[in-house]
Structures are given as structure tokens and as C-alpha cells.
Design a protein. Structure first.
Ligand SMILES: C=C(O[C@@H]1C=C(C(=O)O)C=C[C@H]1O)C(=O)O
Ligand SMILES: [Mg+2]
Length: 460
């Protein structure tokens, strides 16, 4: 990584291109502070340029990233996260980074996600999505408390004409920064299909019986809801509504041609900023009450419910054991508290640590994913049960989705409360932690509520 300062993008490009052989290529990035703008206008503008869009929004931190296009993307259909890390490092190795701001998310940053279970055969539903993927957007807008920043990243080779590139980038930038419109047309659902609900309940029942035999203690089972709309869904409005209705979640979107993976997840997997590590244990669920009194009563019951506490504790123990290795100091409260969302409340235990040097966010993801919040306990047995019994191709649902920058900062959420939108159809996904005392009807109802964050913004 070469860091340069006080150069313009133009002078950097000219200098870099002149120094390259014709077959050599190099990534060049340039970050500048710009006037505040509506990130959703920027996102919508990406559509007019026909470039793939990426979106990440940590509502709790007021931290928004909007990516337009792709300067480089790392696809990995192999199973190992470590090979993704190797490729990410090789992308950065010779990159020329012109960034006067040492702010997380500036400089070269990538947004991406991965498959929940790379060992499960992929169906046609997810054929545009690889097992592991990181995309360095051509234009990356970052909005945080310190301001609005635009990073432009481009892969050049010795044959490129710097003047032409500069002109193209300037035109595109102008189009992105001046756009001030969102299509607010609401999706209209014309078809709705719960995929095999009775069979799903059977699988839950079977899982409880299997758990009773003692090989495994918790298995997370998910199901799918398919929707058809009267016309193509407008993504920007979906994101806008998710921001409005899920103000304590991570909002994310990743577009690949006509497909887009979208969601609003309350579950942080890992956040790294400098040497500060944060993770979250989130498992155990109850609905919200119709009024404050009822809400508090349900919350109190959830905090004392043995079945939900058990579901939760598997996650706490596993995350604690996994993250310990990477931390000098760790803080985990003894008891969970409530985490309230619009449609439901969860048991929540935050995890804080001081990150040791010599490790990366990839190491932590590899160790953590999937936690018992999405896989089960023990992991191996639960995963093979899911692989064999679940009717679903989870694709990127339930897997880490987030961003990473060239300074080792990054954050990944567990991509739940999500769906895959494909033109005028969508598949939504929801799962729940099955333990020995699970009741199939109650788990079915829990997943029904977990569809709501996405279903509501899609007109359901
Ligand atoms: C699997 C999902 O959620 C997970 C399962 C939970 C549960 O069973 O109580 C709660 C939160 C998440 O860890 C989902 O939303 O699809
Ligand atoms: Mg549950």
C-alpha cells in the first residue's frame, strides 16, 4: 500500500499510469470531503448510470456507505474465508491510496457478503451470488458524524489514457452528486406463497426429537416466503422505508444486475475500529405488546423464560469462547437485556474486547460464523442437520455482510431479516432457534413475525 497526500486524482493517475508497463495494473483511490447530500439520492443515481449498487447503514452509529459500481471485486467460490483475505491483501498490496482522512471507511474500502453454508449445493435462486464476495466500489460515499466523503477508486493499467479516465470519472461523479430524486412508487403484492409451511413444522418437530437423543442441543431452522409484485420493485424506496421503520438495525443492500439482496438486521457479528472489538449475542424472541403495559409484561416474561434463555446462552458461550483468543480484555455482562425492534423483542448481550495485534477481521469472522444464533450447537452437527433437512437455499441469508477498509476497520452484521429481490419477485427468509422444548406452532409464529420487517416495506 502506498499512501500519497496532497495530490489530485488527476496528477496521481498520470503519474501512476506513466510508471506502469502495459500489462501491469494498479488500484488508485482518492478521497475527498464533499458537501452534505442525501445518500439515497446518490444510491438512486447509480441506477441511472447502470452500475451495481451496494449499501450499508449502521443506524446506531449514523454511519452510511453507498457504493456505486465496482473498481475491483473479489469473488471466491472456494469455501475458505482465508482465501478471501489473501485476495483482499493482494488488492491492497500495491494500491495507491490518496486519503488525507484517517476515518474508518475512507481510503480503499470494500462491501460484501458470503454464503451461509458454502457446502450446501447452490440452487438457481442464488446463481448471481458467489460464496464469498467483496466489492471495492468505483464511487464510495461515506456519511458519518464527521461529514460526507467521496472515495473514487479505479483500476488502471499502462495502456490507459489518464485524460480520458478523468473525464469519464468527472462526468459520472457529477451525475451522482447532482441527482435529487427518489422513485417512491410502492410495491403491490399480487402473489404470496409460504414455502411448505406444514413440512417446515414437521422438520421442527423432527429436530426437537433429534435434540432429545442428545447429539445436538440447538438447531436453527429457516423458511422462505415468496412474493410476486405487479411490477419491478424500486430498491431506493425499500431502503428508505427500512431506515424509517427499523431505526436500530443495520440496513444493507447488494445489487448484482437485476438481483438485489436487501435487509434490516439487528444482529452485529463483529465490529473492529482500531483495537476496539464489538460483538453481539442476540437470540431469544418474543413479540411486542399492543401497549406499554403489555409490552413490559412480555419483555419481563422473555427475560425469565427458560427456553429463550437457553437459546440465548448457547450463543453467549460460543461467542465468548471464540472471541477470547483475539482479545486482551473482554467484557460480557452476566445477564441479557431486552433489544426492542418494531415487531419483536430479543434477548441481547453485548460483547466488548480489546483486539490483539496480528489478527484480522477475517480471522474473527471465520471463527464466529455461523454462531449458534444461525447454525446451532454444536456447530458441526447442527450444520449437517440443516444441510440435510432444510428445504431452503439460504444463499447469503444468515451470513456475514458488511464492509472492511484498508486500515483494518470494518463491521459485519448477520444478514437476517432479509430477502432477495429479483425484478418483480422476492424471496424472504426467516429462521428460529429450535431447542428440545420448542413447539412447532410457536416457532412458526416466531418466523412469521420475523418476516414482517421486510414484508411491510414490500407492501405486505
Ligand atoms: C434466524 C433469525 O434470527 C435469529 C434467531 C432468533 C431466535 O430464534 O430467537 C433471534 C435472533 C436471531 O439470532 C432470523 O431472523 O431469521
Ligand atoms: Mg427463538
Amino acid at each position: 500500500m502506498i499512501e500519497v497526500k496532497e495530490e489530485t486524482l488527476e496528477s496521481t493517475l498520470i503519474r501512476v499510469i506513466q510508471g506502469l508497463h502495459s500489462s501491469e495494473s494498479r488500484l488508485v483511490s482518492f478521497t475527498k470531503k464533499i458537501q452534505p447530500l442525501n445518500p439515497l439520492h446518490f444510491f438512486e443515481a447509480g441506477l441511472t448510470l447502470h452500475m451495481n449498487r451496494s449499501y450499508w447503514h449502521s443506524t446506531i452509529d449514523d454511519f452510511v456507505m453507498v457504493g456505486i459500481g465496482s473498481a475491483v471485486s473479489i469473488h471466491e467460490d472456494s469455501q475458505a474465508i482465508s482465501s478471501l483475505e489473501e485476495k483482499w491483501e493482494s488488492v491492497l498490496k500495491e494500491a495507491v491510496i490518496n486519503n488525507p482522512y484517517q476515518i474508518p471507511g475512507t481510503g480503499i474500502a470494500a462491501i460484501g457478503g458470503m454464503a451461509f453454508d458454502p457446502h450446501k449445493p447452490k440452487t438457481a435462486l442464488w446463481n448471481k451470488f458467489t460464496n464469498n464476495e467483496l466489492r471495492v466500489p468505483t464511487f464510495l460515499l461515506l456519511v458519518n458524524q464527521q461529514g460526507t466523503f467521496l472515495t473514487t477508486t479505479i483500476l488502471v493499467d499502462g495502456m490507459d489514457d489518464p485524460k480520458l479516465l478523468i473525464r469519464q470519472l468527472a462526468d459520472q461523479e457529477k451525475a451522482l452528486l447532482s441527482y435529487q430524486n427518489i422513485d417512491h412508487k410502492k410495491p403491490v403484492i399480487v402473489g404470496r406463497e409460504e414455502v411448505e409451511p406444514e413440512q417446515w413444522k414437521e422438520t421442527v418437530k423432527h429436530a426437537t426429537e433429534y435434540i432429545a437423543k442428545g447429539q445436538v442441543e440447538k438447531i436453527v431452522l429457516a423458511r422462505e416466503l415468496r412474493l410476486t409484485f405487479s411490477e419491478e420493485v424500486g430498491l431506493t424506496d425499500v431502503i428508505k422505508q427500512l431506515i424509517d421503520t427499523q431505526p436500530t438495525s443495520y440496513i444493507f443492500a447488494y445489487e448484482k444486475g437485476t438481483d438485489c439482496f436487501v435487509g434490516a438486521s439487528p444482529e452485529r457479528l463483529i465490529k473492529l475500529e482500531g483495537n476496539q472489538l464489538l460483538s453481539t449475542c442476540l437470540a431469544g424472541t418474543a413479540p411486542r405488546g399492543r401497549n406499554e403495559l403489555e409490552d413490559d409484561k412480555i419483555g419481563y416474561q422473555l427475560l425469565h423464560d427458560e427456553k429463550n434463555l437457553q437459546e440465548h446462552d448457547f450463543v453467549v458461550q460460543m461467542i465468548k469462547n471464540s472471541v477470547e483468543e483475539f482479545c486482551q480484555k473482554m467484557e460480557i455482562p452476566k445477564k441479557p437485556v431486552l433489544y426492542r425492534l418494531r415487531n419483536l423483542q430479543h434477548l441481547y448481550t453485548p460483547v466488548r474486547g480489546i483486539f490483539k495485534e496480528g489478527y484480522s477481521i477475517f480471522d474473527v469472522i471465520e471463527k464466529l460464523h455461523p454462531t449458534p444464533a444461525l447454525g446451532g450447537e454444536p456447530r458441526k452437527e447442527a450444520l449437517s442437520y440443516i444441510r440435510e433437512s432444510e428445504l431452503l437455499d439460504r444463499g447469503w441469508y444468515g451470513a456475514p455482510f458488511g464492509w472492511i477498509d484498508s486500515n483494518q476497520n470494518g463491521e459485519f452484521a448477520v444478514a437476517i431479516r432479509s430477502g432477495l429481490i429479483q425484478g418483480n419477485t422476492a424471496s424472504l427468509f426467516a429462521g428460529c432457534g429450535v431447542v428440545r422444548s420448542s413447539d412447532p406452532e410457536a416457532e412458526f409464529e416466531e418466523t412469521r413475525i420475523k418476516f414482517l420487517p421486510m414484508l411491510t416495506v414490500l407492501g405486505g
